[in-house]
Design a protein. Structure first.
Length: 264
């Protein structure tokens, strides 16, 4: 009997505590003001958007404006200028001259780039307008983190190698390709990997990609630099250039225009 009485007393006491806490919480809410949760600083800087998605915002670095390749160098020898063709505001792969990459290196960024597969493209599979946008170039050749560029409008290949894939790692969520001969766009949000002081991986690289305005990679966590053969493995690095690939297949060269980047 004594046990039941003690239990009832404890229950009543607990109820009183909860009611008191609820009263003070409600009272505090009544005394709260809208300005208690307003932040006024730091004030974001003003950036003027482009008139269209193709036009760069005011704080962007223009990587290609249709005039020259001043922002680019040869990947195989960074002391040499890029040797691709510039004609009528368009940058086109010049076979035999190799990949090109930016003079500047980047960590996290927003990137816009437009590309076009020739209307008279021939071949099939990976030999049909193959190129690549390397979101970070880790060395010569095809080393780095590749977002695939390919004619995948009506062209069968392995799905983690079609346009919009993180090459050999992640297929695109959907196929948003246009016909060969039409201009297409990638809008990329790139978050570089972070490494600990001892060189071990702290945070994977992440990427979000809009392909012709359609989300095809949604904050995808990369497994490491992309590889043609074998599994990806991270090795420590800092900011890196952005690279465009001259694949070397027999299909017609791919063209680019309106390339700009905003560091984040």
């Amino acid at each position: 009997m004594l046990y039941k009485t003690e239990f009832k007393i404890k229950a009543v006491f607990l109820m009183l505590i909860l009611m008191t806490a609820s009263f003070f919480s409600a009272n505090a809410q009544e005394k709260a003001k809208p300005e208690d949760t307003e932040a006024w600083e730091p004030i974001p800087k003003v950036v003027t958007p482009g008139k269209t998605n193709s036009n760069a915002p005011s704080d962007a670095l223009i990587l290609f404006d249709g005039k020259n390749t001043d922002q680019w160098v040869s990947t195989d020898d960074r002391s040499l200028p890029a040797k691709w063709t510039v004609d009528d505001g368009i940058l086109t792969v010049k076979k035999g001259t190799g990949n090109i990459e930016t003079k500047s290196s980047f960590g996290n960024y927003q990137l816009h780039i437009e590309w076009r597969i020739p209307a008279n493209i021939t071949g099939s599979g990976q030999a049909r307008g193959n190129s690549g946008l390397f979101l970070a170039s880790t060395g010569k050749g095809d080393d780095g983190y590749e977002l695939q560029i390919l004619d995948s409008y009506n062209n069968k290949t392995y799905v983690n190698g079609q346009a919009g894939s993180i090459y050999k790692q992640f297929s695109p969520l959907v196929n948003a390709n246009k016909k060969p001969g039409e201009w297409q766009s990638y809008d990329v949000i790139w978050t570089a990997p972070i490494f600990n002081a001892d060189g071990t991986l702290k945070n994977n690289a992440h990427v979000t990609v809009l392909f012709n305005g359609v989300v095809i990679q949604n904050n995808t966590a990369l497994l490491g630099p992309t590889r043609y053969i074998g599994k990806p493995v991270y090795t420590p690095h800092g900011p890196l250039p952005i690279k465009l690939q001259a694949h070397g297949d027999k299909s017609e060269p791919i063209s680019y225009r309106n390339i700009w980047v905003r560091e984040l």
